[in-house]
Design a protein around this ligand. Structure first.
Ligand code: CP
Ligand code: NVA
Length: 298
């Protein structure tokens, strides 16, 4: 693996390798002598806000023996119109790896190609691979295995998280149900390309029926703030609440990539009842990302 640009570009065995190493690194945290990033400085180029991704990468890079530089797009020339092509060719001569959060998937692909350094997608409008890897690790921990799991994603199925679930289901073969308004159905072209075992419905209870995992994400993703009012109205019936949870398997877990908006995509009651799993999921960002960076150096 040279880069982590998407789940689409990974194989099932690469995903399992990341998850296995993440478990090992999680167990060894605090007494691991391997420092695969020793002597390196990685750049975090962020064009959108972040709590989990930024902190887990900064801490993870340090734990792997490296240093990091946080480069907000608003503070570097990229934010004033310097092309990504030039930014990539400059930074590729100075830093040893890049973690990029931005809008266009093509920007991280261009960066990876022209910089020549390991590049990680820390969220684009298309995918959020680091998050889905943490989600998969959490499900393995909660259930013992991903085999036979049925996941119901309720809400904005066409956002980066919904799309990442589609690719995870395509690569690993688990069942995925998407519940979303018709206008927020992922594009037919993407569904055909992924060819995943996905069902799509407009009814959240139907999607939840017997599911092992209920998953949601914000209704207004970063960059969509202008559509907030419209989206809030469209997604109102797609909340994870007691009624939707009652349709799921009695042992179902509720996961959320965070940040969470209580009273919108999830009720405060359901969120708090499943907070342990949700924050375990957040912690797992650190472990999977350390695994990814370690594998990029092998
Ligand atoms: N889930 C996630 O990526 O969180 P941040 O936006 O805080 O990084
Ligand atoms: N879909 C959300 C994910 C946040 C981690 C967004 O893009 O804002």
């Amino acid at each position: 693996m040279k880069h982590l640009l998407s789940i689409e570009s990974l194989s099932a065995s690469e995903i399992h390798e990341i998850l296995a190493l993440a478990k090992e690194l999680k167990a060894k945290r605090g007494h691991d002598t391997a420092k695969p990033l020793a002597g390196e400085c990685w750049g975090l180029l962020f064009a959108k806000s972040s709590t989990r991704t930024r902190v887990s990468f900064e801490v993870g890079i340090r734990e792997l023996g490296g240093d990091s530089l946080f480069l907000s797009s608003s503070e570097i020339q990229l934010g004033r119109g310097e092309p990504i092509e030039d930014t990539a060719r400059v930074l590729g001569r100075m830093i040893h790896g890049a973690v990029i959060r931005t809008f266009k998937q093509s920007d991280i692909e261009i960066f990876a190609k022209l910089s020549g350094i390991p590049t990680i997608n820390a969220l684009t409008d298309e995918e959020h691979p680091c998050q889905i890897l943490a989600d998969l690790l959490t499900i393995e921990e909660l259930r013992g295995s991903l085999d036979g799991v049925e996941v119901a994603f309720i809400g904005d199925a066409d956002c980066n998280m919904g799309r990442s679930w589609i690719w995870a289901s395509a690569r690993l073969g688990f069942g995925l149900r998407l519940a979303c308004p018709e206008l927020f159905t992922p594009p037919a072209e993407l569904l055909a390309r992924a060819n995943a075992p996905v069902t799509i419905t407009g009814d959240p209870e139907e999607a939840a029926r017997g599911a092992d995992i209920l998953y949601t994400d914000v209704w207004v993703s970063m960059g969509k703030e202008d559509e907030a009012e419209y989206r809030t109205a469209q997604f109102a019936p797609y909340q994870i609440n007691d009624r939707v949870l009652a349709a799921a398997s009695p042992k179902a877990h509720v996961l959320h990539c965070l940040p969470a908006y209580r009273g919108k995509e999830i009720t405060a009651e359901v969120f708090e009842a499943h907070a342990n799993a949700i924050f375990q999921q957040a912690e797992n960002r650190l472990h999977v990302q350390k695994a990814v960076m370690t594998l990029l150096k092998r």
